[in-house]
Design a binder for this molecule. Structure first.
Ligand code: PA5
Length: 424
């Protein structure tokens, strides 16, 4: 199970001050489905629900794609791509020669980025997984139009076999199009919002195509959600939620999520969406930011150490490294580094992390540690379950509905009107 270490925040509060009663009540509201947005809490049951037929269908589609294509183009934005990208970059930072390349498009409106991807794709065989719960989001819908045309030009009438649509079970433009064209469909369940959907077909199909063992992800997630159902201050999700709410109440309005593994970068993007969209509403909410250590110590490190004291820091670490590298000895010590000769990089990194933690705490930045056993499928699933549950609990503790996102509509209304969409 995930471990939360609050020792780095002990200078900022006594654990007895944390409001575990509020965490307990938030947890109860969530599981009894009595809180705001309770019709969007199906993510808690996703791993148990998916075990049967759907998992087989996902694995079979992934196998077909892997055996015939050199690339999968994943079209989606926000919750419809960040989880899959986070998982793939975390677990498969270097794809094996048998793995299709995974391209993510439809997550912006840059003509340059889209052209670059088209150029990188070249004329290899490829499949498309278009993911949109609503089926009406502009960025993925536009990119899908481009890739549909490309597929038609490349495969003619067989193009439809290369399209997999992950969308609502019965509603929306994408679902209607998929039914009319005969594309294979996967479902984003009604009771699961985009940012909580990574353990549904939304995340699982691209992950499986990338060679990730999604059966292990699912079985671990089933165990994790069970373990995280613990109703006690020992529950790491309670600890994390209660600590960040306490710190927010005491002036720490920005949370920086950091990790010493660069492959964690898109997991942090996924986390930012999860927490930002769930908690930032009604004029309140912790602002989620992320850093990549040690690289950002040489840029953002100054601000963290010495800027406005509104920061808390949460550091994700993996107890075991996948690889080991040690520092070679060099005769004459020309660069003065022989004092580290024979040392493992992992040990140097741990020491650096300890030094950074102590410095930041002394600079007034409370530190929350989150540790995971390994950077593997099980570790990924544990992190997802932990962060999702803690987010829902933390959101309820702060009095918001963690499952809606009314704020994202404002720009869409303006944009569609300015673009001249009929009816706006
Ligand atoms: O979490 C969310 O609800 C959003 O990030 C959506 O996932 C995102 O806006 C994409 O929406 P859709 O899947 O309907 O295209």
């Amino acid at each position: 199970m995930i471990k939360v270490d609050l020792s780095g925040a002990s200078a900022f509060f006594d654990p007895a001050e944390l409001d575990f009663a509020a965490a307990a009540s938030a947890h109860r509201m969530l599981t009894e489905k009595s809180g705001a947005g309770s019709d969007f809490t199906g993510w808690l049951e996703l791993p148990t629900r998916i075990r049967d037929g759907e998992l087989k269908a996902i694995l079979s589609a992934a196998q077909r794609i892997r055996s015939r294509s050199k690339a999968l183009v994943v079209i989606g934005i926000g919750g419809s791509y960040l989880g899959a990208r986070g998982a793939i970059e975390l677990l498969r930072p270097v794809p094996s020669p048998d793995d299709p390349r995974i391209f993510f498009v439809g997550n912006g409106l840059s003509p340059d980025a889209l052209s670059d991807t088209l150029e990188q794709l070249g004329d290899v065989d490829f499949d498309v997984n278009v993911i949109s719960k609503s089926g009406t989001t502009l960025e993925p819908a536009l990119a899908f139009r481009i890739f549909r045309k490309l597929l038609r030009e490349k495969y003619g009438s067989a193009a439809k076999k290369h399209i997999f649509a992950t969308t609502d079970a019965s509603r929306g433009a994408l679902k209607s199009l998929a039914d009319a064209e005969g594309w294979e469909c996967f479902v984003v369940p009604d009771d699961v919002g985009g940012r909580y959907s990574v353990l549904s077909a939304v995340g699982l199909l691209p992950m499986a195509v990338a060679g990730i063992d999604i059966k292990t992800v699912i079985t671990t997630a089933i165990c994790s959600f069970k373990e995280l159902d613990l109703r006690s201050p020992e529950n790491p999700a309670w600890q994390y939620a209660a600590a960040r709410q306490y710190l927010y109440g005491h002036g720490k309005s920005i949370e920086i999520l950091g990790c010493y593994e660069p492959s964690f970068r898109f997991m942090a993007e996924w986390w930012k969406q999860l927490y930002g969209e769930s908690e930032g509403k009604n004029g309140i909410g912790i602002f989620p930011a992320s850093v990549e250590f040690t690289a950002d110590l040489h840029s953002m490190g100054q601000y963290i150490q010495d800027g406005p004291r509104t920061l808390m820091e949460t550091i994700v670490s993996f107890e075991n490294n996948r690889r080991s590298i040690s520092v070679p000895f060099e005769m004459g010590d020309p660069d003065g580094l022989n004092y580290l000769a024979g040392k493992e990089y992992a040990d140097i990194c741990r020491t650096a992390a300890d030094a950074v933690k102590a410095a930041h705490i002394s600079g007034g930045v409370p530190n929350i540690g989150i540790s995971v056993t390994a950077r593997d499928e099980a570790g990924f699933a544990e992190l997802v379950c932990f962060f999702e549950l803690a987010c829902a609990i933390s959101g309820y503790m702060s009095g918001v509905n963690p499952f809606d996102q009314p704020g994202v509509e404002a720009y869409k209304k303006n944009m569609f009107k300015m673009l001249g969409k009929p009816g706006t």
